[in-house]
Design a binder for this molecule. Sequence first.
Ligand code: SAM
Ligand code: SF4
Length: 330
Amino acid sequence: MSMLQDTFGRKITYARLAVTDRCNFRCRYCMPAKGIAIVARKELLSYKEMYRIIRVLTELGVTKVRLTGGEPFVRKDFVGFLKMLSFNDLLTQINITTNGALIANHIEELEKLDKIKSINLSIDSLQQDKFAKITRRDVFDEVYKTLQVLEESSLSLKLNVVVQSGFNTDEILDFVALTEQKDIAVRFIEEMPFNGEKKRTSSDNWDYQKILKKIESEFSLEKISVEKSSTSYNFSVKNHKGTVGIIPAYTRTICNDCNRIRITPTGLFKNCLFDNGVFDLRSFIRKGASNEDLKELFLSLVKQKPKNGFVAEANRLNNSSFESMSTIGG
Ligand code: SAM
Ligand code: SF4
């Protein structure tokens, strides 16, 4: 049976699917304050189309899917879609990335779906006022409540913290301190220029090395070996229950072992976060493509996967490297 493999021998087993471009937050590193133009509803893939795309991908070797957005829980009946996706017997894991504001009441339902193993909760500050400045929404209490409910749940919990110069670098050690009593993974993400504006928000970039140095100024870390395709470098912290990780999203030192492809909310297929969207799956499907057509297409598209994110960025057709993560799917 044909399986998805690129020209560098990397097997593609992981799909990230953004189910919507809409979001209830306006995080400063992701979107401008007034938001960005959202697409018409009919331009979004339907749940049926998404189910079909994922089904075909799993028949070609994909076993894990991450659902993201925009904010996935903003899309109507997202939990229904999770149930639908759970019927795919070839999928072993369904993971979700969320800002957490709308999900506290859904957690029991999520626990019942055995393919959902882990939730990534984005939380960039542990201080209410700063959280509001970063997200441009005053909802810290809701998000922190979600954190607490998730901690008590059977789902494993990862916190995503985008490290932003001048905003939350003074809280890096506070986030690491959380792992002393909580069995959670705190992952610091290098900020990328995907903010929907044509500029970076700061010139003082906190990269992997700088973040690591800061953590090691206070804590004793030991590297944990994880699967090769992990997006983060991970560490245990002496005498802590939880772990910390750093995601080199911008310095891109993890590309060699990449096993991922992405589908945007409008159905663009992307081999890399930094590429331009290499194929319009929505039109292909709506013009009547069969599952066999889709299979052939995917097998050939992954052959275009660039060696790494720098090559992908250099190959972009235009200079639009500053779109919002909410339209790409984070
Ligand atoms: N709305 C959900 C959330 O915030 O978790 C899911 C979508 S969001 C685009 C997915 C992840 O991308 C979040 O952890 C977010 O913090 C991260 N992200 C968004 N913009 C980013 C940027 N410019 N640089 C680094 N990470 C970013
Ligand atoms: Fe919304 Fe997530 Fe982007 Fe924040 S990071 S604006 S929560 S999509």
